[in-house]
Design a protein around this ligand. Structure first.
Ligand SMILES: Nc1nc2c(ncn2[C@@H]2O[C@H](COP(=O)(O)OP(=O)(O)OP(=O)(O)O)[C@@H](O)[C@H]2O)c(=O)[nH]1
Ligand SMILES: [Mg+2]
Length: 383
């Protein structure tokens, strides 16, 4: 004799499609359209991005790269995905002075389910401008005794990242970008959205490594900047961070490392930034010296933004050859793999000076600065 429970189970199995159709029909009738779409998506494609995980800010992760950077970039992307972006799906935008190869495109799209866009540059943004005196430029390159001093391409790259990257057509709809580079590493889970954090707090420039520049690369940058300020004093922000830049009346070389920067692009698109870049470009220092986009961005942020709009992401553990920053107390932060004792830049001169200057601007009545730790003046040689 058949076990009665088994008969009911068979009956249930035979009528399962009808039952399911009834349940789904009732569900659809009682649900509004967008919920239906989501429910169907979730059922049909469990891995598909749902509406909830659409990035809340118009932002992208952006890099200027070469085809030969493929494997270094894959390393950086793998970490950005694992530490942050696989939960947010911000698109990537990569630009190059020559077309990307199919191998490169495949190699980076393989690593993410976010959208990836590829672009090339227009010639005007990647050239030695016609007002540059070639004899003087060749002489400058021959005399240069600093990293990348002999290279045309490095200078074009710095000029491009200073004045043109944010104007590339692929970036035109973005509110924010997060710059990455090949071979960088991210040591800790980033369990919040830095773009949203910046938007909600009115922050325009975010950084996490500050250090002094090779002064030979920027011999006339400060003088050229002073001429600009003299011409356009109205561009200085009321509560700017100029103090951070000056020691004994001269530029101390402090700058944020722009290989990591998260920026509200309205800052780079502003008339003051654009006029500043044009002024520097005309002066020729991107070629006669080797002005980097890092000091250019940093001086502009310190002068044209208020202190409250410049944020130190001290919670983002990060490495770019050969400098390392690891959040204090990273062992309590969870899922960090860096040693805070190795993180010299956090107590480095420019970093401490920034924190003290910002504190004094935001809290002018407070007699002591927020940070009173040791000051390490060591200049980390990089390049
Ligand atoms: N397309 C293209 N990208 C470049 C070129 N030169 C540099 N880049 C990119 O610009 C970014 C900065 O270049 P890097 O060579 O890393 O410069 P850096 O970080 O100042 O110097 P390193 O200490 O050598 O890393 C990287 O993402 C490079 O891939 C170039 O000639 N063409
Ligand atoms: Mg680099």
């Amino acid at each position: 004799m058949a076990f009665p429970g088994l008969r009911y189970a068979r009956l249930l199995w035979r009528h399962l499609p009808i039952l399911l159709a009834g349940v789904l029909g009732g569900y659809l009738v009682g649900t509004n359209k967008s919920e239906i779409r989501l429910a169907l998506q979730d059922m049909d494609y469990p891995g598909l991005t749902t509406i909830e995980s659409t990035p809340p800010v118009r932002a992208a992760i952006v890099a200027l790269v070469r085809n030969s950077d493929l494997y270094g970039l894959r390393q950086a992307m793998r970490q950005i995905e694992d530490r942050f972006n696989s939960r947010y799906n911000y698109p990537y935008i990569f630009v190059n002075d020559v077309p990307f190869t199919e191998e490169f495109k495949q190699g980076v799209t393989d690593l993410t389910k976010a959208r990836v866009e590829f672009g090339t540059l227009d010639h005007d943004s990647w050239k030695v401008p016609e007002w540059i005196d070639h004899e003087r430029y060749e002489e400058a390159k021959a005399m240069a005794r600093y990293p990348h001093g002999e290279k045309d391409s490095y200078r074009k790259m710095c000029r491009f990242q200073s004045g043109f990257l944010h104007r590339h057509p692929l970036l035109k709809d973005l509110e924010y970008y997060w710059r990455i580079e090949p071979d960088v590493e991210y040591f800790c889970d980033i369990d919040y959205d830095p773009f949203l954090f910046m938007k909600q707090n009115g922050i325009k420039y975010g950084w996490n490594i500050a250090m002094p520049e090779f002064m030979d690369t920027i011999r006339t940058l400060w003088n050229t900047t002073q001429q600009f300020i003299h011409k356009y004093p109205q561009y200085l922000a009321t509560h700017n961070l100029k103090e951070w830049l000056i020691d004994n009346g001269d530029y101390n070389g402090c700058h944020f490392w722009s290989n990591f920067e998260i920026v509200d692009l309205s800052f780079y698109r502003s008339p003051e930034y654009q006029a500043y870049f044009d002024h520097l470009d005309r002066a020729g220092g991107f070629f006669y010296e080797r002005w980097g986009d890092a000091p250019v961005h940093s001086i502009a942020a310190a002068l044209f933004l208020n202190a409250s709009q410049v944020h130190y992401f001290d919670d983002i553990g990060y490495f770019h050859p050969h400098v390392y920053t690891c959040p204090a107390g990273s062992n309590q932060r969870g899922r960090c793999v860096c040693d805070p004792d190795q993180s010299l830049v956090q107590n480095g001169y420019c970093n401490v000076r920034f924190r003290n200057t910002k504190h004094q601007i935001l809290h002018p009545d407070s007699p002591t600065a927020a940070y009173t730790g040791p000051v390490n003046h060591a200049h980390v040689e990089v390049g």
